[in-house]
Write a protein that binds this ligand. Structure first.
Ligand code: TXD
Length: 322
């Protein structure tokens, strides 16, 4: 077996805007999984080129032949298949995701617009927080059709929920499947009814109080890490989660993943991005699956959407005033 036999003449290309913790780790995952060439772009001179060179120097050891280019120039991103936007600032201790709203809105809209002029046919994945609002603003700024722009958060929140379930039961994480819908924040909507250990519903294995504790820990999952790290927010699992979406698109895997998608009537919601189960393939979001939800779950989803809407309006008002 030679990994080099997989080299394609025209390697797919993924651009990652923002070469910080999430962006650079994502570049590493994409290249080392042999999925695509990566263009890593940042505003800081030299830094993305240094990271790219460092990643390139590991190719012989990690056994792949994908190119990683670091740049500050959008011209280098042209003809990307996927553009991932991680540019912006992460939360500091005590900060909410919404504190990041305005600073990151400007950065994300600029990144989306500049990328669009070089990769108009790409699929766009927004990662920057506050996630659901940033994805909406990027969609608005670019005018992309809704199958080609989405936000990453649900895969991460679900991975956290799965981890806490696995840790509680002492079982392998591989056997735990769970889905978290809604916005990326304290209002997220974990669905314990649909969480299983190799097909066995967790409601058969854990009592209600324990499940509620795990749900709360999931809601607080990002903040728990911010408090511990003090100097930034989580990036390993966010990078892995984004990579799963990139992989499903590039390899046309049709994975059903919770993704922040633009809703037009699904779940009774309109003109908003929030996390729902989506089938991801080579054309982007190929289907939004409408699960049967209880009234309480639907209410929780609507509460998320309401909060996201409030923040979009706030961002629009402040933008109009400057
Ligand atoms: O689930 C999720 N969606 C998230 C989101 C999970 C984890 C992190 N999440 C958010 O992603 C986080 O709250 C931030 O808003 C972004 C990026 O987080 P990261 O931890 O990677 O932040 P860093 O290390 O500070 O990196 C940000 C980089 C940094 O190198 C800046 O120089 C760069 O963004 N930056 C820019 N790049 C390009 N263009 C512009 N304008 C720009 N401004 C800053």
């Amino acid at each position: 077996y030679s990994p080099f036999s997989q080299i394609k003449r025209h390697s797919p290309r993924v651009t990652v805007i923002g070469a910080g913790k999430v962006g650079s780790t994502l570049a590493q995952r994409i290249a080392e999984k042999n999925l695509a060439d990566v263009v890593l772009l940042d505003v800081v001179e030299g830094m993305p080129r240094g990271l790219a060179l460092d990643l390139m120097e590991a190719r012989g050891i990690e056994l792949h032949n994908r190119r990683i280019i670091g740049t500050t120039d959008y011209a280098d991103t042209s003809d990307s298949d996927i553009v991932v936007i991680t540019a912006g600032f992460p939360r500091k201790p005590g900060m909410t995701r919404d504190d990041l709203l305005l600073t990151n809105a400007k950065i994300v809209m600029e990144a989306a617009n500049k990328s669009m002029s070089y990769s108009p046919d790409a699929i766009y994945i927004v990662v920057t927080n506050p996630l659901d609002v940033m994805t909406y603003l990027a969609w608005q700024a670019t005018g992309l059709p809704r199958d080609r722009i989405m936000g990453m958060a649900g895969v991460l929140d679900s991975a956290r929920f799965e981890t806490f379930i696995a840790m509680e039961l002492g079982v392998c994480s591989l056997d735990v499947k769970a889905m978290v819908l809604g916005s990326h924040g304290d209002l997220m909507v974990p669905l314990p009814r649909y969480a299983t250990v190799n097909g066995i519903p967790i409601t058969e294995l854990l009592d209600a109080a324990t499940i509620e504790r795990l749900v709360q820990r999931t809601r607080n999952g990002g903040a728990e890490i911010v408090e511990l790290m003090q100097t930034g927010s989580a990036f390993y699992t966010p990078a892995s989660s984004t990579c799963v979406m990139v992989e499903s698109i590039l390899l046309n895997q049709s994975r059903l993943l919770p993704v922040a998608a633009y809703l037009q009537g699904e779940y009774g919601l309109n003109d908003i991005f929030t996390g729902v189960p989506c089938r991801l393939g080579s054309s982007g979001i190929e289907e939004i699956m409408e699960l049967k939800l209880t009234d309480a779950e639907i209410d929780a989803l609507h509460t998320c959407a309401h909060e996201v809407r409030k923040n979009i309006t706030r961002a629009e008002e402040i933008f109009a005033a400057v």
